[in-house]
Write a protein that binds this ligand. Sequence first.
Ligand code: FMN
Length: 174
Amino acid sequence: MAGEIALFYGTFKGTTRRVARQIAHELGESHVDLYDIKDGGEAMSRYGRLIIGTSTWSIGALQEDWDRFLPRLQSLDLNGKVVALFGTGDQVGYPDTFLDGMGMLFETFQYRGARFVGFWPTQGYNFTSPLPILDHDHFVGLAIDEDNQAELTAGRIKRWCEMIRPALGLGATS
Ligand SMILES: Cc1cc2nc3c(=O)[nH]c(=O)nc-3n(C[C@H](O)[C@H](O)[C@H](O)COP(=O)(O)O)c2cc1C
């Protein structure tokens, strides 16, 4: 445990890992400890501030390593932990289930008492899935679509990181 923030991600083909690394880079690598959830999530309880990322597979299914970890997550007390979510998906191929995995993690973490930050505007996306939606105008976390909008990813990450820095206890960048 070197940083004060833990980032847990689940990935199948590596997209979510790449996004996770970009987020850590933006926030400052010394502040963020990266964990692949397939190696276990036991360290989660040691941190007060968490960044949680997942892709969606099989038409609306949570990434499989997250899915495997869920029973253990149910027993963790996440009360008061600050959580920022991000999801990777494909809004053109899977508009009805776009980012469902992120929506599922939102529900699970919310139920365990987490406090969320980093809600992200839905403007600029085209999809119909209700699960990753917080309210009319916002996702529950950062929405990344490397399949169709890869050129927007770096800018989205940068803006989102600026947005969540204060809630994660990091100062603004100069
Ligand atoms: C068979 C298949 C099913 C998919 N299902 C969904 C889906 O239901 N919703 C979604 O948003 N993306 C879906 N995707 C897109 C992936 O989530 C997307 O490519 C993501 O970036 C993969 O990230 P990963 O490599 O980190 O797992 C699917 C992709 C494939 C090939």
